[in-house]
Write a protein that binds this ligand. Sequence first.
Ligand code: DX5
Ligand code: ZN
Length: 229
Amino acid sequence: MPQLAPSVLSADFSRLEEEVRKIEQTDITFLHIDVMDGHFVPNITFGPPVVKCIRKTSKMIFDVHLMISHPKQYAKPFAAAGADYIVFHIESDDEPAETINEIKSLGVKCGIAIKPKTPAEAVIPYLDRLDMVLVMTVEPGFGGQSIISECLDKIAVIKAAMKEKNIDIPVEIDGGVNAENIEYCAKKGADIIVAGSAVFGADDSAQAVRRLSALIAKSPCFSKPPKRA
Ligand code: DX5
Ligand code: ZN
């Protein structure tokens, strides 16, 4: 099941439509969209209006990663803009259970993200209400950093808890993934693998997607990615 989710963070924002169109020609279906508020993380990207613009031109599954202090209050505009998944940080200021309720009430899938220093155990109480868990493999805020490989050990802890609770949702990893380490990430159990600079930093992003996907496909648990409903 492992599948690639290109992150538009490393795309050329002046040609966003073209950049997304190009990768949409490949087999992959997830698009990772990084939202930063300059407060939860020391960087700023964009808000719902930009997501809405990409939505008009793309049928991909939008995996919106909110690196913002108040995710509960912004879930509604991101849902209206066309998010399929809204993933918020457990370290943000809002109460996780309330944020989950808000996102789910909007009919959008919900994920919790954990930073490198947050233990895997932090998400376990919420697993039965979630559609995804995002394990950050770099400190959130910037693309192009090196992977913190030890974070990948959290996948097994989360999956063991899921098995115990009879829950089967994807675990996504995000940060520092490239052609050298993507097979290792798949072997460690990641179901969705985000790659920003390794895709959009390449001369030919579609070719980079195909190459990274081919490396993932070497993993024994690979199956075809789902289509958006
Ligand atoms: C970082 C973002 C990532 C980023 C990954 O805070 O959450 O999604 O785009 O970029 P790379 O793949 O370049 O590490
Ligand atoms: Zn991200």
